[in-house]
Ligand binder design. Structure first.
Ligand code: ADP
Length: 382
């Protein structure tokens, strides 16, 4: 029940009481004109009763007037205020305002509510502005990435055109100059062309990684065979640099489900870096082991090492470390791409290193991608 209704009931009841009092007064003292009152009633008692009825009647009259004034001044304004607020709440229109002219507490309350509405309107405007700014920024970023990817694609195409014939020719030269004095020269050209080709592919892969089009082709593969082959192929390169490169592999490793080409790319990148950043006389070791449901591969070197602060940014794209090794550093693509490839396998990559003591780069990937366990013979050792 609303306050207004309750008030009306109270006023009605008081009004009825007043009528009853007036009736009694007229019944006993006014209409029959006797001041003595009913027979047997003492004159003084009658006077007291008369006075009391008058006081109660005057009280009721005063009460009725007060409540009616209150109703007009407070309750009707309160109802207007509450209707106004309810209207705003229902429409959700926070630009609307509560209108309650005057200088009383209710008008002050209406002013406060309007202040709150204005603050809400302002913060909503700011939020909308922020949202629009964020959307524009996101769009700009996307445009930038797309432009960069387009540029990289064009660059890769331009670079591949001359590199492909150099690779093919140097391969041919290598065969032709077998056992000839110029064989070493041909080998250098071939190696340089292959490295350049690998760098170009990394550029394209990184661009694909940025727009999420870098995909894996997971198949059952034999990691032990692959790792041993990689080490055998890289050994001569390390030897030419005066380093030793060895594989320390367990007697058997299970068949895993991974993208063999990408797996090899990661291992080769870690090995090439180890060769690049280890002085002559240094030692490079490749290890692999099964840890739970994962295969962990690590490449340890006794090279120049990496400081703690440098390790933090190592896997970010285009972060080659400058300082004293500027001459040796490249574009900083390899590790960020390796990270991307390992993560696509749902694995992780990390480094432990001490400046001037050497580094150990490790990565760990699940033996089998989810849902593929049943399809392949996991557990088959080789
Ligand atoms: P890039 O593709 O240019 O070779 P990477 O992403 O492979 O770059 O490596 C980033 C940087 O990390 C390198 O420039 C080098 O400074 C440092 N780094 C990587 N591997 C090693 C390592 N085994 N020993 C010392 N520094 C390393």
């Amino acid at each position: 029940m609303t306050l207004r209704r309750k008030t009306r009931i109270i006023v009605g009841t008081m009004f009825l009481g007043l009528i009853v009092i007036l009736y009694f007064l007229s019944e006993y003292f006014l209409i029959d004109g006797s001041s003595a009152g009913p027979a047997g009633v003492d004159r003084q008692d009658v006077a007291i009763a008369y006075l009391m009825l008058m006081i109660v009647g005057a009280g009721l009259l005063f009460g009725i007037v007060t409540i009616l004034l209150l109703e007009k001044q407070v309750l009707s304004r309160l109802t207007r205020l509450s209707n106004s607020i309810r209207g705003i709440g229902t429409s959700g229109d926070i630009t609307a305002r509560v209108s309650l002219p005057g200088a009383d507490e209710l008008s002050v309350l209406a002013g406060t509510i309007n202040g709150l509405l204005a603050a809400m309107e302002q913060s909503e405007g700011e939020m909308r502005e922020l949202y629009n700014e964020e959307r524009t920024l996101r769009q700009t970023l996307e445009d930038e990435i797309n432009k960069r990817v387009e540029f990289t694609r064009a660059l890769v195409h331009e670079l591949k055109t001359p590199v492909t014939p150099i690779m093919a020719s140097s391969e041919l030269l290598l065969q032709k100059l077998e056992n000839e004095p110029l064989h070493g020269l041909a080998q250098n050209i071939n190696q340089g062309a292959n490295n350049l080709n690998r760098r170009i592919d990394e550029l394209l892969d990184l661009a694909r990684g940025e727009i999420g089009t870098l995909r894996l082709n997971p198949e059952p593969m034999n990691p032990k065979q692959l790792l041993q082959r990689i080490v055998d192929e890289e050994k001569p390169v390390a030897m030419r640099n005066g380093q030793t490169l060895d594989a320390e592999l367990p007697d058997s490793l299970p068949v895993i489900v991974a993208d063999e080409e990408r797996f090899q790319q990661v291992v080769l990148n870690l090995l090439n870096n180890a060769v690049k950043f280890t002085p002559p006389g240094g030692k490079i070791t490749l290890r692999a082991r099964v840890e739970g449901d994962n295969l962990t591969v690590e490449v340890q070197d006794t090279g120049i090492g990496i400081s703690q602060s440098e390790q933090k940014v190592l896997f970010e794209p285009y972060r080659s470390l400058k300082s004293d090794r500027e001459r040796l550093s490249g574009l900083g693509l390899g590790l960020s791409l390796s990270k991307k490839l390992v993560e696509l396998h749902r694995g992780r990559i990390w480094v432990k290193s001490k400046k001037d003591k050497g580094s150990t780069f490790s990565f760990s990937i699940p033996l089998v991608a989810d849902g593929q366990k049943a399809k392949v013979g996991v557990g088959h050792k080789s």
